[in-house]
Design a protein around this ligand. Structure first.
Ligand code: SF4
Length: 503
């Protein structure tokens, strides 16, 4: 689909134009100029005074025409950057409207293309805007559907029930620990995950670096009296290292981190069932880690084979029971909607199998075609369900979880996600993962340690976010972990200095 855009010269609009077009078309090209042979032309007129007045006129090759107008008061007291944001929203508003009218496709998330829609509602709650008014704003300013606003509200309510002090956790931090190894690499994966076989040397050096980071950061937290809210071991698959290595790692955590007994939650992704053994479960129990993730993704064997997961459905079920028997009392399981070759039938089957296990939480992802994955590079090899079917699967997930006592408690969206849908974490009430809430709502700093670990530093006063990423591959990490640790400590020093301490 080639879209010619007329009347908008400022390059700062380009990205938004492309992102919104992507909601409608799998492949689209935006031309920011008049182009007579484009599939469709959209002509904008924009006037900015006290009011932002914008209109869009869409004309296709058959002469079909759609027009949309929108006006909004410009808040003159805002900084230039914020004012421009308002203008961008107004342009997006008419752009989305004409594309919806022309295609007949309704975007339930309206003009939102970002990852964390619930943040928007949290911000309004924090500003003290009454809920009814906040919902009205989401509907009018962003064109979000009632259905999605209701979902956002459910999620915000749940999050505040589980973490009542969510808005004042800026003084604490959470920790993410990235272990970049997996038994094999899955086809849809873009995480830092290296097949572990034959890499013991690299694993040893990596763990050496990770222990160093934990010691240094732990010492800093102790010295400054900064508490840890949650710890999350992800990757890769953190249970792909040996039971002894896991044991030493958790011992390091208890020795180096402050007040580990009072950390609200420690989670270990045991994502791949083929990595779980009784010895490793013993180690988790020994260190009081009882929240783990065992991820089936699908309960159809052919699918697992097609996406390169190299474990069996039976293995998932067996390992789940083993973990349960050995005292794991908060288990999350991930499912993915829209895996290659899967439709409603296979997804229904996955839900039926989930019913036999009833994990405390179930995270339902919608497949996204990430640029770097093997699946995206060979798209023709992996046939996925059409948009309507993907939507039906999502609806089924919503209904099924509700009928079985689960509540949605976090959500995020991704670019190139099938059907412009979302990933939703469901759980039994009071079994929600606090770390997931922290990572989504960006209310506190998350310090990333290990390979591919992304740190997100949130200024406790201004809320400004600074990103910092450790290298993804073990070799670069092993060569430079000391420097990366120091860089993070410098940022922490700046953020948690006395002048910056929140009231
Ligand atoms: S188990 Fe997870 S991290 Fe590992 S390769 Fe598969 S998707 Fe990636």
């Amino acid at each position: 689909m080639r879209i010619s855009i007329i009347g908008i010269e400022d390059e700062r609009f380009n990205r938004q134009m492309q992102l919104i077009a992507n909601l409608f078309f799998e492949e689209s090209e935006i031309i920011m100029a008049e182009q007579s042979d484009a599939d469709v032309q959209i002509k904008f007129t924009l006037q900015v005074k006290n009011l932002i007045a914008v209109s869009a006129e869409l004309k296709d090759q058959n002469g079909e025409v759609h027009v949309a107008n929108y006006q909004k008061e410009l808040n003159g007291s805002l900084m230039e950057k914020e004012q421009f944001k308002q203008i961008k929203h107004a342009v997006a508003h008419v752009y989305l409207t004409v594309l919806q009218d022309w295609t007949g496709m309704i975007q339930k998330w309206g003009i939102l293309t970002g990852v964390r829609p619930t943040k928007l509602l949290h911000r309004k709650v924090q500003q003290g805007i009454p809920l009814k008014e906040a919902h009205q704003q989401l509907k009018e300013d962003y064109l979000i559907s009632d259905e999605k606003i209701e979902l956002m509200q459910h999620i915000v309510d749940r999050q505040l029930a589980v973490v009542p002090d969510l808005y004042s956790l800026k003084k604490e931090v959470s920790i993410y620990i990235g272990i970049p190894f997996c038994p094999t690499k899955c086809a849809y994966c873009t995480f830092p995950a290296y097949a572990i076989n034959g890499r013991q040397g690299s694993v040893n050096s990596f763990l050496g670096g990770l222990h160093y980071e934990m010691r240094k950061v732990g010492a800093w937290l102790k010295e400054k009296g900064v508490k840890i809210t949650t710890v999350y071991y992800g990757g890769g698959t953190p249970t792909s290292i040996t039971a002894e290595e896991m044991d030493m790692l958790y011992e390091e955590m208890y020795t180096s981190f402050p007040d580990v007994e009072n950390i609200r939650e420690i989670t270990v992704e045991a994502g791949r069932p083929d990595t779980i053994t009784p010895e490793k479960l013993e180690v988790l129990k020994k260190w009081n880690i009882d929240r783990i993730s065992i991820n089936p993704q699908s309960y159809t064997q052919e699918t697992l084979k097609a996406i390169g997961r190299h474990h069996t459905v039976t293995e998932t079920i067996e390992k789940y029971h083993m973990a349960r028997k050995m005292g794991m009392n908060n288990i999350n399981m991930d499912l993915i909607i829209g895996l290659p070759g899967e439709g409603l039938e296979e997804f229904t089957h996955s839900l039926m199998e989930s019913k036999k296990l009833m994990p405390e939480s179930l995270t339902v992802h919608t497949l996204s075609f990430k640029r770097a994955s093997e699946m995206t590079k060979n798209k023709e090899k992996y046939k996925v369900a059409p948009r309507q079917e993907v939507e039906k699967m999502m609806e089924l997930a919503e209904k099924w979880t509700k009928d079985h006592g689960y509540v949605p408690y976090y959500l995020y969206r991704q670019k190139n996600i099938l059907g412009n849908l979302e990933n939703v974490g469901y759980s039994f009430p009071n079994q929600e993962s606090i770390y997931n809430i922290m990572i989504m709502e960006e209310q506190q700093t998350i310090i990333g340690l290990g390979c591919g670990a992304a740190s997100k530093f949130i200024d406790p006063v201004s809320g400004k976010i600074t990103h910092f990423a450790n290298p993804k591959d073990p070799k670069s990490y092993n060569d430079n972990f000391e420097a990366y640790t120091q860089d993070k400590l410098d940022i922490l020093d700046e953020l948690f200095s006395e002048k910056n301490s929140p009231a």
